[in-house]
Design a protein around this ligand. Sequence first.
Ligand SMILES: Nc1ncnc2c1ncn2[C@@H]1O[C@H](COP(=O)(O)OP(=O)(O)OP(=O)(O)O)[C@@H](O)[C@H]1O
Length: 228
Amino acid sequence: MTLLDLKGLETFYGASQALFGVDLDIREGEVVALMGRNGMGKTTTINSIIGLVRPRAGVINFGGKAIFGMRPHRIARLGLGLVPEGRRCFPNLTVMENLVATARGSEWTFAKVIDLFPRLGERRDQYARTLSGGEQQMLAVGRALMTNPRLLILDEATEGLAPVIRQDIWSAIRKLKAAGQSILVVDKTLSELLPVADRCFVLEKGATVFEGTPAGLTPELQDRYLGV
Ligand SMILES: Nc1ncnc2c1ncn2[C@@H]1O[C@H](COP(=O)(O)OP(=O)(O)OP(=O)(O)O)[C@@H](O)[C@H]1O
């Protein structure tokens, strides 16, 4: 079943157009990679989905429901869990308080989150501001999971993290996938992203220019659309 469906999305910032026709769909249980060079519109696409910016044209269906133009908190409540770029947690709450603060539904619990990220368990009573960047990122993922999202969206979740921590995050993503979690991932590390993705969408200048399997994204296409 299709979980998320975007068609012909056009989004502006003031008079300047950022998206010129983004098409993307995610089926239940899939891991979908959203790719493209810097400034091609990945974050704007995510912000359009979750209602932070209001697209001017297009279709956005989530779980069979039109969510175009809905307010962000209503969209979130339908089951969209975002881990935003820049890992935002409440700095003056402890790890446990951060997780409990977003709890909604019953599937994900504090115990399950620390099972996925044992480091968070060791730091349960530490203030979020005292965590390393990688631990804060794990906490941001945990917070999103505590909302029991039907779709988890990860925007550059491994950016700027030490290699060991990146591995922990990728390993968590693989476990979530194995458990059937639907995930939309934006990440620049193709060597990690492609093996875990079921399908890829590539944006160029605010429009979808490639849709297919990771195997279909040949070295030539990678070079054309993602090369630096
Ligand atoms: N708040 C904003 N106001 C005006 N223009 C913006 C704003 N945010 C993004 N843009 C523009 O919209 C276009 C798409 O940017 P976006 O951040 O979505 O790209 P991206 O693919 O996520 O890039 P990156 O990988 O650098 O995060 C760019 O031209 C960018 O300059």
